[in-house]
Design a protein around this ligand. Sequence first.
Ligand code: SF4
Length: 482
Amino acid sequence: MFHDECGIFGVSGNVDAARLTYLGLYSLQHRGQESAGIVTWNGETAFQHRAMGLVSTVFDEEVLDKLPGSLAIGHVRYSTTGQSQLVNAQPLLVRFQGGPLAAAHNGNLVDAETLRARLEAGGSIFRTTTDTETILHLIANAYSRRGGRATADITEVLTEALASVSGAYSILFQIDGCLVAVRDPRGYRPLCFGKLESGGWAVASESCALDIVGATYEREIEPGEILVFGPKGPTSSRLKGGGTPESFCIFEYIYFSRPDSMIRGVSVDSVRMALGRNLARECPVEADIVISVPDSSNSAAMGFSDQSGIPHAIGLIRNHYIGRTFIQPKQSLRNFRVRIKYNPVKDTLAGQRVVVVDDSIVRGTTSRQLVRMLRRAGAKEVHLRVASPPIRFPCFYGIDTPTREELIASASSVSEIGEFIGVDSLGYLSNEGLLASVPPQKETYCTACFDGSYPHEEAHLLGSRTGAFEIEDAKPTGREIR
Ligand code: SF4
């Protein structure tokens, strides 16, 4: 399973900013479970609380009482750059020439190492190992070049600072007493905002977090847009890099986002249903029941059942109380983790020809364990259907992926993978089937983990340098998909 990257949430113009942000982060917990944090601003001072762990353990009444102000930004993290340590937990908060500056970042810069080396050569000191801190330095430098607080226009500062970074970033800043939301010109990661019933504005990685705080969805923040939430409401401007084709992460639809979120005007649930329907059309099989690997494959399994006419059943129960802390690097314990996380429903499975729908296969080890579990529970046949194409390349845009060697589809054919997993048959959705399932807008999608078509030249070079793939394996492209 890929791991989610991060979730961000912000509030402007509401006296309950910290509490609303806390609720918003609860809805975004699926995007990161290693650490959580909130920074608030009361017009004079910035307040911060960050800790390792889930939102429910990081915050309580006492902590929230110590976060006053009508402006807040929050973050849940799964580390993709920088170690999983408290010092790297976000939002990062620093003090510079312009006062307190805080940032909550979802995404990965592909040129972070180069930028950091350049800044360090110029005398900059870093406290964390995250790429987000690089952005803070660039902002401070751009601010300083404009003569400081009295003369600096915050939009111009951000435009100049972000012009020198490359990669994926949906970021919330708390700067100059304002909440500012920025999305990179390719728009890899989602970001949207809404108007709060109780007054003010809320910004979130996903629309499901707006729902929980009673915010009316306004729209997505456009790729390349800077939205400053000032006293008169949001004002929009653009980053440099106009005309850059979009590269929205197609995996947000497949797995990362919650099914009750809307992305590009379409519910994630409906896209997953379409993935399942197209999968059933492309990879039909005779069977008695269709089951999902809960929860991320539930909608795709329903779609498969709908299209194939094979009844849907609950064949696996997921334990929702397994935290990330359970993950151990040793393979033997990883296998044990699968048994703790899923339990088969024996009465449903016994003697049945079972179609199992999963959203993706990464290493193949979890699928192998699940198939063994289903057979032990009495399944007569197990047919695995995957609601995405084979993952052959790592991600450099904010998703934790294993090395290319660990991706089972990078070097194995579908029949070899099926043999390793131990299924009676294995079928993947095609690239065409995937693209036919997502909203048919003229924007482009990033599909690099399937086809190696990295939108950024830097990602291509990064992959080559780190040995993630051979240089001829993957080519950068900004191609139009539809
Ligand atoms: S490489 Fe895959 S996971 Fe990463 S941004 Fe592109 S589509 Fe998303």
